[in-house]
Design a protein around this ligand. Sequence first.
Ligand code: UN1
Length: 513
Amino acid sequence: MTDFGIKEALKTLGLKDINEGTSTGSNNFSNGELIESYSPVDGKLIGKVKATTKEDFEKMMDTATKAFKSFRNMPSPQRGEIVRQFGNKLRELKEPLGKLVSYEMGKSLQEGYGEVQEMIDICDFAVGLSRQLNGQVIPSERPGHIMREQWHPIGVVGIISAFNFPVAVWAWNTSLAWICGDVCVWKASEKAPLCSIACQNIIAGVLKDNNLPEGISCIINGDYKVGEMMTADTRIPLISATGSTRMGRIVGTTVAQRFGKSLLELGGNNAIIITPTADLKVVVPGAVFGAVGTCGQRCTSTRRLIIHESVYDKVRDAIVGAYKQIKIGNPLDETKHVGPLIDKDSVKTYLAAIEKAKAEGGNVLVEGGVLTGEGFESGCYVKPVIIEAENHFKIVQHETFAPILYLMKYSGEVENAIEKQNGVVQGLSSAIMTNEMKEAEKFLSYAGSDCGIANVNIGTSGAEIGGAFGGEKETGGGRESGSDAWKVYMRRQTNTVNYSDELPLAQGIKFDL
Ligand code: UN1
């Protein structure tokens, strides 16, 4: 069987000797026990990475804090130049890195390339931004005084990322943090450690070419215990964490205890409202890609379809029909739509969720199951499922990271659908399919969707980097990527300068000596 060029890709990305427990990622100080990375694509061991010990962590923090002291002095447009070079390297390496993402994480090759493209796009965005970290000038109430606001680098930024976007989410954070003058410490998911080593190799090369300290980009490896070293550390003023609500609750409270800042991007329970005027040509690909893309493992994956009763049968039949066309298999084979789940634990969670939905009264329209036989040896390939369910079911209220789509009806006005859409604890992404302008505007209004992302006539997933990404409620409230998300990576300083010969006090207070 062809290896789809994986060996070659690993070599190009500098991932050799990975069976010895690589610490090839320059500035990866890790010397602890070995973490093995198995591909969900074929179940084979790809490589091993050494975990970070407490001692390693201390060394790393030393390097990072030292690097910050010099990096903050570099003018931000020059820092932008570094990010520009990083983006160019990613352009050169899009193919091997996209392949590694697909092989280590299991998403389709197209999506693997798409993820690297997101990295390139955010680098471009950051380069432009490096000349626009503007503060403002504020009129003072006192004569001969001027007030202004400045944005300064915040320091060492800790990044915790999930397996499902093993490279892009890091780049969303780092590209902005770097132009802001921060240095970054990254704890990638222990389920996709080689992706992080590959990325580290790329940026380490750029830093070296520019004679910059390698501590500008550091990685640490391991499970939640390694994450804890970071979240508890007062030398890290900002922790940006992507993952489950459970993880976010622990990270958020730990960081808050020490008055650090956290940027949390947690679970979603994203719905598409399908109204009577919805165009099926848009609905079907939008809903199906949203539900089965990345095997249902995006935080923006579509979990629920809330369909008007008058078009319910038609929409249901069209979606069920489309599911019959879905080809499941090796994600590196571009004719396949859906690859595997990340691991066997995920498969168990998927199977348990289907059982729970049935037990609560769900009606299975498209049966699930684990695929076996040739090509499915890893045991991680599952069939996308459709279940008719009620919004209040416990399992529907819960985010299951798998391709399970719940269908439900609404009747009457769009407000009833919006209430259902908002009737979950998560608040990441949402969408409405309609040709009625009033319905669309209601959905986007203050009385509409309560999510951080609300779309019209497109699905819930596939957000572009230009907008702020994140959501409300148990999604954590953080915003990363575009818009003014950069501000979280900086500290704000308000200045008042007196250029007069007097000292008038604010609020007209007299204090004569
Ligand atoms: C995530 O699932 O963690 O909107 C991020 C999307 C992607 C990002 C998803 N651009 O689907």
